[in-house]
Design a protein around this ligand. Structure first.
Ligand SMILES: Cc1cc2nc3c(=O)[nH]c(=O)nc-3n(C[C@H](O)[C@H](O)[C@H](O)COP(=O)(O)OP(=O)(O)OC[C@H]3O[C@@H](n4cnc5c(N)ncnc54)[C@H](O)[C@@H]3O)c2cc1C
Length: 429
């Protein structure tokens, strides 16, 4: 049915993480009848335990020229920021090779532009999404990067260039200024960078729950069941999705959005799309009574992890572990984070610490896939947000809204969505 120029559809969204929840609310506000399907409680996947950073200024891809030289050192340092479960090497190798190739300078420039377009409106979009409820969930206090090393490394210079080209505002922090902003930080940190326009959520789970709460309050339906299959029918227009078969029920659908995080590959494969998605597993340690509370979210750039002041304690979060998503967590990765945090904040109290592991759904080029399935055009993919899904979620939702509109949405976000298409993996194998 077409009302106010919007063709209202029954849309099923598979996955109620930050991506699926944001999409469901945006589509509902567009006038669609939306069913949000998740086998677990909303927000309890990867979106549960992240570092909480909402980073409009994030425009530097993870794969950069020269990264290959650093990788062996990281891999053989058991406390380093990157580990590979060697058993998983054969299946991860193609993704790793693609990731290295994505670090070529020309590609990095293009990815940086796309990341900036996706991320820069993030805080503003969250305000729109949450209305008055953003207060108390999102802090707009900026973010700090801090280093112990006094001399910037070569990738730092490139990162600086990329940010400058995108017009990102930063303040270079001297030792004195860094310790003014974070007085409890160890004196071993000698310099920093302040991003005044970034922010963080004080509770990533509550953020998803709030979005889902708004969706339900406006009549949205949440189905707590595992989606098994996107059922299709052959029409004159080719194959079209008609329903989502779940455990115990079938949800009939005019369109389906796949936002199932790391589990999205199975749905894509069933529709004949092979997507290069790798679990980059990360860990957090939560300290309920740390005795230390930085006012501003801070990243240790030597060790590549973050420390976030959250409403229920201090979260120490990061590391990349290339492994199968369902293999058991390695507690040593979380404990290494705790050791590094203690060096960063002498006197940190770890009483009552809890740990968590989650799988970042990562593509090799740091960009998500936001596109129609290649053969079943009423299925839309929205996954692969890797390290920055919390930041990219609200704009992803707007791009999905536009893909769903047959002739473009009246409120198009006006960004070039070509960078997020599936076919890029054929152009950059
Ligand atoms: C350690 C760590 C730190 C991070 N820090 C940050 C940060 O500071 N800032 C940032 O922007 N990002 C960060 N990220 C990344 C961010 O958390 C992810 O990009 C984001 O959570 C991905 O969201 P998602 O909705 O795609 O996936 P998920 O949150 O995993 O949601 C997918 C959902 O799909 C459901 N699902 C899967 N299969 C099915 C099925 N068959 N049927 C029904 N439901 C299904 C799952 O139950 C799950 O709820 C971090 C990640 C990690 C691991």
């Amino acid at each position: 049915m077409s009302v106010d120029g919007v063709d209202r559809k029954n849309v099923s969204v598979i996955g109620a993480g930050i991506i699926g929840a944001s999409i469901a609310l945006v589509l509902q506000r567009e006038g669609h009848r939306v069913t949000l399907i998740d086998s677990d409680a909303p927000g309890t996947g990867c979106s549960f335990g992240n570092g909480g950073a909402i980073s409009p200024d994030f425009c530097v891809p993870f794969s950069l020229p020269g990264m290959l030289r650093k990788v062996p050192g990281w891999l053989f340092d058991p406390q380093g920021p990157l580990v590979l479960r060697w058993r998983h090497l054969p299946s991860a190798l193609p993704w790793l090779m693609r990731s290295i190739r994505a670090g070529q300078l020309e590609r990095v420039q293009a990815v940086s532009v796309a990341l900036h377009q996706l991320h820069s409106p993030s805080l503003r979009c969250y305000d729109q999404l949450l209305g008055g409820r953003a207060t108390g969930i999102i802090e707009k206090t900026g973010q700090i990067y801090a280093w112990t090393s006094s001399v910037p490394g070569p990738t730092e210079a490139l990162a600086h260039e990329l940010r400058a080209a995108r017009g990102v505002q930063t303040e270079v922090l001297s030792r004195t200024r860094l310790h003014e902003l974070d007085p409890q930080l160890s004196p071993s940190f000698s310099r920093g960078l302040y991003f005044p326009d970034n922010g963080h959520t004080v509770n990533p789970l509550r953020l998803v729950q709030t979005i889902v709460g708004l969706f339900e309050a406006a009549g949205g339906c949440v189905e707590r069941c595992r989606a098994l299959e996107i059922e299709r029918t052959v029409t004159a227009a080719g194959e079209q999705a008609r329903s989502v078969r779940c455990e115990g029920k079938t949800v009939s659908s005019d369109a389906v959005v796949v936002a199932a995080g790391i589990q999205s590959t199975g749905f894509a494969r069933a529709l004949s799309d092979r997507v290069p998605l790798q679990a980059e597993r990360g860990y957090h340690v939560m300290l309920p009574d740390a005795g230390i509370r930085p006012k501003i979210k801070i990243s240790n750039r030597d060790r590549m992890f973050g420390v976030t002041p959250m409403e229920d304690g201090l979260r120490i979060c990061g590391t990349v572990e290339i492994a199968a998503p369902d293999s058991p967590p390695d507690e040593r990765r979380a404990l290494a984070l705790l050791d590094h945090a203690k060096a960063m904040y002498p006197g940190l109290n770890d009483t009552g610490a809890t740990t968590w592991m989650g799988s970042r759904p990562s593509t090799p080029d740091s960009l998500p896939i936001i596109d129609r399935a290649s053969r079943v055009t009423n299925v839309i993919y929205a996954f692969g947000h890797g390290h920055t899904g919390l930041t990219g979620a609200p704009m992803t939702a707007q791009l999905v809204r536009d893909l769903l509109a047959d002739s473009g949405s009246a409120r198009s976000p006006g960004i070039d969505s070509a960078a997020f298409r599936l076919e890029r993996f054929a152009r950059f194998p």
